[in-house]
Design a protein around this ligand. Structure first.
Ligand code: ZN
Ligand code: ZN
Length: 409
């Protein structure tokens, strides 16, 4: 038995959802993760959970349903499903989601069928989304390998060997080793991220200037009243929790019309199953006005033309080059990991809570405050080991934030 699996369960329960005495827990998990789910359940009861409910999922079953059930029947969401979720929210449950997506699992399914079914599901669950979106209760997402995913990441390995390699990578990314206490590691890690958020919030920078040897020379103005966030979060009642494990980023909201210059990507961007490689974008007053990709330029074009705002930025995230995920130099084909490997920008929607009172604004108000609104949010990496970032305050003072790829404030 790998001791690290038990540590992973403890980490998810104590630091991830941080289950409270007397609180119910809902675990969503793929069937292959039963061993981890048992450990999580055990740990949750040790921590005082009143009741643990497990909802099982299976990518291969989903595919069978899509292949064999008519759209009209498949898109109908059973009332008991909605009631079950509503019940968990009424009970103020915490939610732990264990993901193990098979990349491209539904690639042969008619995209219209996929869209129809997803739309109905989203609509049915819409009234309850605020619970996690607005941090009413604690929630956490962690990942577990599967064979198909592992073989895509490690094409030279097969079966168990690939899965083993992916486990090693995941343990490293969530700071679990045979001889450490990951819960303590995460206390320190959260403190580090909190310090960065606080420092950056106190400076209240007007703009950030990114530069590196690859040709990135980009000025990103930040939205007025922007908020830097990242690491652990607080529920509305003040309970600390970690929504994403791993997480390395400190991120905020760019001013929609305030981005100028050129950015060169340092990792491929996986968009709708296509890998866009070696690309750059040039911005004028926030909008991409010129771009190039050595591979899959058409996919990049599609992304930029999804709607009128998918060619504007919605997120700027700072991640030191020296971090466990970036040091592994692996493309995970999964945003939970990939967006934590390097400084990144996102084309498309901004997170309203990266702006003071943003979560209270409607679409028009957000746009009026220079917060981008779009149907997409697509992260791409541009960090490098020689990245320098200079911040400029509203008073015109320059502050060095990144030197040689790492935080230096
Ligand atoms: Zn991000
Ligand atoms: Zn993002």
């Amino acid at each position: 038995m790998d001791l690290r699996l038990k540590k992973y369960a403890k980490l998810a329960i104590r630091q991830g959802v941080n289950i409270q005495k007397g609180q119910p827990l809902v675990i969503n998990a793929p069937v292959e993760t039963v061993e981890l789910v048992r450990y999580c359940t055990e740990e949750a009861y040790l921590a005082g959970a009143s009741k643990v409910d497990v909802i099982w999922a299976d990518d291969k079953l989903s595919k069978l349903h899509y292949e064999n059930v008519e759209t009209e029947i498949l898109k109908k969401v059973s009332q008991w499903r909605v009631d079950q979720h509503k019940d968990s929210i009424d009970n103020k449950s915490a939610f732990l989601k264990i993901v193990s997506d098979i990349p491209g699992n539904l690639k042969d399914i008619d995209p219209i069928k996929l869209r129809e079914v997803n739309k109905e599901m989203s609509k049915a669950m819409e009234p309850y989304r605020y619970y996690t979106m607005a941090n009413v209760g604690q929630w956490c997402i962690i990942a577990v390998p599967n064979k198909e995913w592992a073989e895509i990441i490690f094409p030279d390995l097969k079966g168990d060997d690939a899965v083993k390699a992916l486990w090693e990578a995941i343990y490293k990314s969530v700071r679990i080793s045979n001889d450490n206490d990951p819960v303590k590691e995460w206390d320190e890690h959260n403190e580090e991220l909190r310090k960065h958020n606080e420092l950056l919030n106190n400076y209240n920078f007007k703009s950030l200037h990114f530069k590196n040897g690859l040709g990135t020379d980009l000025i990103v103005e930040l939205a007025n009243n922007h908020i830097w966030a990242g690491g652990c979060d607080l529920t509305q009642s003040g309970i600390l929790f970690n929504p994403n494990m791993p997480t390395e980023e400190t991120f905020t909201m760019p001013k929609r019309t305030g981005v100028n210059g050129k950015v060169v990507a340092t990792k491929p961007l996986n968009y709708q199953g296509k890998l866009i490689e070696n690309f750059w974008l040039r911005f004028e007053n926030g909008k991409v006005v010129e771009y190039h990709a050595d591979k899959e330029e058409e996919a990049l074009k599609n992304l930029l033309e999804v709607d009128e705002n998918s060619s504007y930025l919605g997120e700027v995230a700072l991640i030191s080059h020296e971090s466990p995920i970036s040091n592994m130099n692996i493309l995970f084909f999964n945003t939970l990991f990939d967006e934590n490997a390097s400084c990144h920008l996102a084309l498309g929607a901004a997170y309203p809570n990266n702006m003071k009172d943003g979560e209270k604004m409607n679409k028009e108000e957000l746009l009026a405050h220079d917060c981008n609104v779009s149907m997409v949010h697509s992260d791409f990496m541009f960090g490098s080991q020689d990245m320098s970032i200079m911040g400029q305050t509203h008073e015109g003072i320059e502050v060095e934030i990144f030197k040689n790829g790492n935080f230096c404030i």
